[in-house]
Design a protein around this ligand. Sequence first.
Ligand SMILES: O=P(O)(O)OC[C@H]1O[C@](O)(CO)[C@@H](O)[C@@H]1O
Length: 546
Amino acid sequence: MTAARDAVFDRLAEHRRATEGVTLRELFAKDPARFETFSVAQDDLLYDFSKTHVTAETLSLLVKLATACGLESRREEMFSGAKINTTEDRAVLHTALRAPEGSKILVDGVDVMPEVLAERAKAAAFAEDVRSGELRGATGKTFTDIVNIGIGGSDLGPAMAAIALSPYAQKGLTGHFVSNVDGAHIADTLKDLDPASTLVLVASKTFTTLETMANARAARAWLVEALGEKAVAAHFAAISTNAEAVSAFGMDTDRMFQFWDWVGGRYSLWSVIGLSFEILIGAENFQKFLDGGHEIDRHFREEPIARNIPALMGLIGVWHRNICGWPSHAVLPYDQRLARFPAYLQQLDMESNGKSVTRDGQPVSTRTGPVVWGEPGTNGQHAFYQLLHQGSDVVPADILMAAVPHENVGDQHAMLLANALAQGEAFMRGRTTEEAAEILRKAGKSDAEIAALAPHKTFPGSRPTATIAYRTLDPRTLGRLIALYEHKVFTQGVIWGINSFDQWGVELGKELASRLIPVIKGEAGTNDLDGSTKGLVEHLARLRGG
Ligand SMILES: O=P(O)(O)OC[C@H]1O[C@](O)(CO)[C@@H](O)[C@@H]1O
């Protein structure tokens, strides 16, 4: 398989060498129908990749690459519950979490769907009871504030989705998301809350994560101080795969919502990890979110690769990363409520594909996941777009936009869309030195001034972007967007031959932090530490008055 893949990589590299000088402007000039050829719709959602350098030949080679790597068979393995996360001996079935009633998905010969549906119903009933006031705090007050304590996949998803779908949130209910072990996070969150009307959800797949357990203890102490030990059961719920750890922590497993080891943390928003956000938007909207994800599962599973949006996103990303050699990828939502979407995608993409060994433990022979980053437009325009337009590195980007806003504030949505489109156009067209000189000439500048200024006002252009445009950011569309990126990441993992579903790279830091806690507290010595760490510990100790 690697040999077949590398042969296609070689052909792609050769194709790149032959076409490298061709600009995006030239591609559009040569083929005015590029937009029709190089865009794919899934209902109202359009993926336009015409502003990348992909041509019919590139596309055909990328499809060959997918075939050479067995994308279709690996995709089927995932959907059918095979244990493709080999280092943890686990199936990868976040797709089951959004599968409709009547689906049958086997893990070790057992259909997981009855449990999935039962837990989905239990979470929906709980969410509705909190929303209606049926379920109340220990003193009889209805809940007004939902505090989700989690980190990584147990935080980023619900926190991102709560912002994205805030127009659907019930009035009088506020979501709070505490993740950082920095005590400032929990302290700032709790300081203005009334314990009597606060519901705390402790979300952790393992229920052993240092940050989450520390914050959960702090929240518990805060509640107990105000309402007494007896109030804990009414104000806390646990979300985990680990019932034993939940009871060891002193929490009632009756108030536990469960998911399964075949759900990766960064793929868990679809499970009961989404409970905080489900309480905010309601069970009906949460179901629409799941349905949106499932629509993309069907699209990914059924569409031919050349018309398959997540597969194309993945393959074009491989083209940018491996063949063009561009090391990062920006996500630029022109949709303020997707403000945390780039951060969410950082975990999804970088924790999945930031790997250097193949599935069988051999060093990879290609570059793997890019650095993923981004901020909403138009804010990014006034911050880092300078580099995107004129910096010495090319940064391929996704530009996301909704046709219809939730609120019509004057003509601001037209302004937003105009900016989004203008940026895509500017990245594509650029501005030649001659064009810059002409503008300066028309502005009455002298020849000397033109010569001095024109290079600074030149834009290289030919910087690729893909645009994802959809009707409106509703629950279904958020589900579709997330699932698109999940399958993009999957596609790339298959091409690179890596396991996208483990995350061993986060362990070393955790181990060293556990060893350093007693050192910082002065309960263990510094002798075993390297010179720098020892020096820093001692410097901090002096500043702390130790
Ligand atoms: O849900 P848990 O088990 O607390 O883990 C939180 C996060 O920590 C990680 O394991 C990384 O440290 C992520 O993969 C995960 O989403």
